[in-house]
Write a protein that binds this ligand. Structure first.
Ligand code: EPU
Length: 342
């Protein structure tokens, strides 16, 4: 493994934002990850861990060592009855993993088809879509402590998963490099069809039993219709979390704004559709200064060459208008690197 100095990162983030890493390493196994961490430790360099760069906003240059995790590998580590456990290298591609599991007849990931990114990044923000979150399929992960290089296992409870949230975004932030993730899958399908848009899409499914492959195909079609391909229109998926508010606040908003889109959230709280709030404020399809709000999904911001400053200014303007109009604070979903949210 070579650790390269001064590497341009435009090709390593799906928003295609420019920026440079003072040092850059791609690690393909545990030993290489240990070597890279030791390199940073010996020189007192800050470490940034990157997967596919599909959920980051690169706001400037990174002074320390950027470690791109490309650790591959798939292993069946336990099985019995209907259940099995699949351990995956953190650098495995998530969409390819979903396809692979379906092809093996191992079910449970179908609603999470086509989410861009790596397996190792999935638990950090507890990826979710169409009524399923990673946490529901999660058994454990292994991670290296950045400060010491020590390997540790985290079970589901220790990961403290929440909606787009985990220990690794809070107390564990910037402290761990995830090397593997173990998921629990089933040999018989247990389809999750609660999400309204997915149910509606499958209503047109031809008669006969619904299969996990059909669910995955419907999810892929929904995603392709709404979410831009980063290779064509650079983006980081949803740019804001869906705000979770107390039930009373949601009721008051619904009374004032007919058509308010809500989903039930844990603890009797209510999740608002951020895309709806943004669209109501007139932002859908707005393009300015080389950045834009996607014209088919208002929650997705697109970088068209304007750079991080223009993107952050657009995000700040959207947050301000949603705050002014609805009294709701939007929280950015991607991780910001080399800068801060305004
Ligand atoms: N909507 C609008 N305007 C739009 C888009 C959507 O009013 O421009 C409304 C829709 O009518 C719908 C509601 O908002 O009633 C929800 O829209 P959608 O089903 O597209 O989902 P979302 O809440 O915008 C979330 C996730 C996505 C995930 C989808 C499907 C977050 C932040 N985003 O988006 O995840 O794919 O649900 O489950 O939770 C991501 O995290 O990057 C991501 C793409």
């Amino acid at each position: 493994m070579d650790i390269r100095p001064d590497v341009e990162l435009r090709g390593f983030n799906t928003l295609a934002l420019p920026g440079r890493a003072a040092h850059f390493a791609t690690v393909t196994d545990l030993d290489e990850a240990q070597v890279a961490l030791a390199f940073a430790r010996e020189r007192g360099l800050a470490v940034t861990v990157l997967g596919a760069g599909s959920n980051v906003v690169l706001a400037g240059d990174l002074p320390g060592l950027l470690i791109r995790v490309a650790i591959r590998g798939r292993a069946l580590v336990a099985q019995g009855g209907d259940q099995l456990e699949l351990r995956l290298g953190a650098g495995e591609d998530w969409p390819a993993t979903v396809e692979y599991s379906l092809a093996q007849g191992w079910y449970g990931l179908e609603n999470l088809a086509l989410i861009p990114g790596t397996v190792g990044a999935a638990p950090v923000q507890n990826i979710g879509a169409y009524g399923v979150e990673l946490a529901q399929r999660f058994v454990a992960l292994e991670a290296l402590e950045i400060a010491t290089g020590a390997l540790r296992r985290f079970d589901r409870g220790e990961c403290a998963f929440g909606y787009r949230d985990s220990f690794f975004k809070r107390a564990g932030r910037d402290r761990w490099l995830i090397v593997s993730v173990t998921l629990a899958l089933c040999r018989t399908p247990h389809l999750v069809l609660d999400y309204p848009a997915l149910r509606a899409a499958l209503a047109e499914h031809p008669p006969g039993p619904l299969t996990p492959a059909a669910v995955a195909a419907a999810v892929c079609a929904l995603r392709r219709a709404r979410l831009p391909d980063p290779a064509v229109l650079p983006n980081a998926g949803s740019f804001f979390e869906n705000p979770v508010v107390p039930a009373e606040q949601a009721q008051a908003l619904a009374a004032r704004f007919p058509g308010l889109v809500t989903f039930p959230a844990p603890g009797g709280r209510v999740k608002l559709a951020a895309a709806w709030l943004i669209e109501q404020c007139g932002w859908k399809g707005v393009a300015r200064d080389g950045v834009a709000v996607h014209d088919r999904q208002a929650l997705v911001l697109i970088h068209r060459g304007g750079g991080a400053r223009a993107l952050l200014a657009l995000a700040a303007a959207i947050r301000a208008s949603v705050r002014a109009h609805f009294g709701v604070e939007l929280i950015p979903e991607p991780r910001i690197l080399g800068g801060h949210w305004s």
